[in-house]
Every structure is written in C-alpha cells, then in structure tokens.
Design a protein around this ligand. Sequence first.
Ligand code: ACO
Length: 364
Amino acid sequence: MVDALNGLEGVVAAETVLSEVDGLAGRLVIRGRLLDQLAGRVRFEAVVHMLFEGFFPDLPGDLAAPLGAARAEVFAETAAIDARLLALNPVEAMRALTARIADGDDLATALRLTAAPAVFTTAVLRARGGGGPLAPDPDLSHAADILRMLRGITASPAETEALDAYLVTVCDHGLNASTFAARVIASTQAGLASAVLGGISALKGPLHGGAPGPIIDMLDEIGQPENARAWLEAALDRGDRLMGFGHRIYRVRDPRADALKAAVARLGHGAERLPGRLAFAEAVEAAALAILKARKPDRPLQTNVELYTALLLEALALPPAAFTGVFAMGRVAGWIAHAREQAAGGRLIRPQSRYVGPAPKLAA
Ligand code: ACO
C-alpha cells in the first residue's frame, strides 16, 4: 500500500478544459484566456457562458436574460426565510435555501443554481438587517442586481464594474477544495444542486473562502500602519495563520491579488468612504510578507486572493458577513462547469484510505 498523501498535495485528480493555475509563473488561465484579459473587461455573464460552453447543448448566445429570469424564479424560495434560518451564519442560511432547488443536469437547473448564492445571500442579509428581501430585477446585469438587492439603491457603473471584476476573478481556479468537493459529488451522478451544495460547504471554511471576513477584523485591530509589525508578530507567536497569505499552489504572488487590487484602485474607493484604506492595506501586506519571509525562509508565502477581496467588498459597502456568500456568487459558475465535465467524462472518484487503527482481536 502506498503512503497516504497529506492533503493530496501534488496529486493530479482531474483533467479539465476549464482553468489552469500555474503556481510557479503566477498565472491563471480560464478557458484559454489570461485572467488579465477577463477581469475588468467582461461581465460575469460572459464568463459563465465561457465556462458553460460545451456542457449544455441548448446554451444560448447571451446568458444575461436567462440568468435574470433565473434570479426572479429562485426568489420564490426566500419565502422560506424564518427566525431559525436567520439564526444561522449567512452562508449556512444561503446553503439551506439553495438546498430547496431540485437536482438536475440541465441548463435551467444550472442557471437557477448560478442565481442562488446571489439571490439568497442578499435576501438573508436584508432580512437579518430587519428589511424585507428585495426581488430581483431581471433586466439588470447580475452584478448590478446583486448590489441593488443588497443595498436597496442602484449601484454606480464603477461599483458594478468592480463587483463584475471580482466575480470574474474568482469564477474558477483549478481543483481547489470546493471544486474538488463538487467534482467528487458529481462523479456519483448525484446532480448539480448536490454538487453546488458540496461546493458551498467546502468554501465556507477559513482556510478557503472564509478568510476575507477575518481580514477586515485584522485590519481594524491593527488600525495604524505602525502597529502592523507588532500585531502580526503576536498573531504568529500565538500560532495563528495570517489570513490572506499562503497558498497550496502559488509559490509566487497570486495573480488574482493584483487583478482585485487594480479593481479597488479603479473604484477610487468611492474614495470618500475609505480614504487611505488601500495604502494602509499595502503597508500591512508589506509588513506581513517581510515577517513571513523571515519566519519561513523555506516556504514562499505570498499574498493570496483574499486580502484584496476583503478590501474590494468593503469598498462596495458589503458587510463582512456577506463575503463568503459573495465568493460563492462567482465560484458557483466554476462548480457547475466542473460538475458537468466530471459527470460527462469522469469515473466515480473513489480513492483509498490506509487503516492505521487497532487490529481486530482474534479469537484464541
Ligand atoms: N500564515 C502563517 N503561516 C503560514 C500561512 C499563513 N497564512 N500559510 C502557511 N503557513 C505556514 C504553515 O504554518 C506551515 O508551516 P510549518 O511547515 O512550519 O508548519 C507552512 O507554511 C506550510 O503550510 P501548509 O498548511 O502546509 O500549506 P497549505 O498548502 O496546506 O495551506 C493555506 C494553504 C490553507 C491557504 C494556508 O496558506 C493558510 O492557512 N492561509 C491562511 C488562510 C487563507 O488566507 N485562506 C485563503 C486561501 S485562498 C482561497 O482558498 C480562495
């Protein structure tokens, strides 16, 4: 029996046409396009189309209207929001509502599931704030409608572009933990809703998509650039990890960090709202990278996607409680495409475990 590979590091567990993560070059390719050619340049609907292409025979040329209609359709499920659901963490509440969508492998199911994190996260957050959920406007773009459903006001074009850049940046990323979870489920032919629910569940952990909320806490606790070094050293002395740094695949800077930093800069912070926030985050980042380099000289630990995710979503006036749900709004497209790819061409994913428990007592 071969040794168990801790964390499956280095294992190639799928072939995919969807995305390539080059951890040494710091490069992300999505369906033949570099991230730079997509983020800030195309809408989320366009990358959903790219990801779905070849996996649904009836895929129309433009997904804006069908995705808008799917948002309106799944909104009916928000009637199930009650006090027990609102007592859950917002991601768990969004997951519970998503679980009301029936399994299926067709485009209609895929679009309902693509709409689900957007409609349910915004509805749950509105309801938690004491307001009623706002029904989707199918005529708006997905990003514009998300901001309107959440904040109750029409977003500026710059804000919509910034959220679009984020959703595009995180739409797919190789065989990350949530996508692997989705593919394992899809390999049993369970259906797209089951695969997406598995993806949401894996995403919510702080080692994956749950990091941006704690990053805001970190920035707030540090408060001033001159406090950064002492705060970060103390966190590492306690044995904490610095959220927003390190990655299983990237040994250089995560290219998504720069795509999102550029989106924050373009937004100009809605500048009045967050004066100096970008410069402050850069100072904290520089301090963290220097400390990590000194403490872990053999393990290159660089900025990952989450630091500037936190900054961008904060600049869009989204509460930290929304962050993981907003990540799911983008990544859901990748989960669905991977699930279709796996179900279409892959075998059941069923590795082995090595038993290290006690041997059975044999009768004398
Ligand atoms: N802060 C401090 N030390 C770190 C960090 C960090 N952020 N990341 C890794 N290390 C250290 C580990 O302590 C370990 O040191 P050791 O060998 O002395 O014990 C070494 O670097 C290797 O760490 P692993 O856990 O083996 O690395 P792995 O590839 O499993 O972890 C992960 C990747 C989970 C992202 C990790 O870097 C981490 O916990 N980062 C902080 C959380 C975070 O930012 N999550 C978002 C990731 S991006 C995404 O999923 C969208």
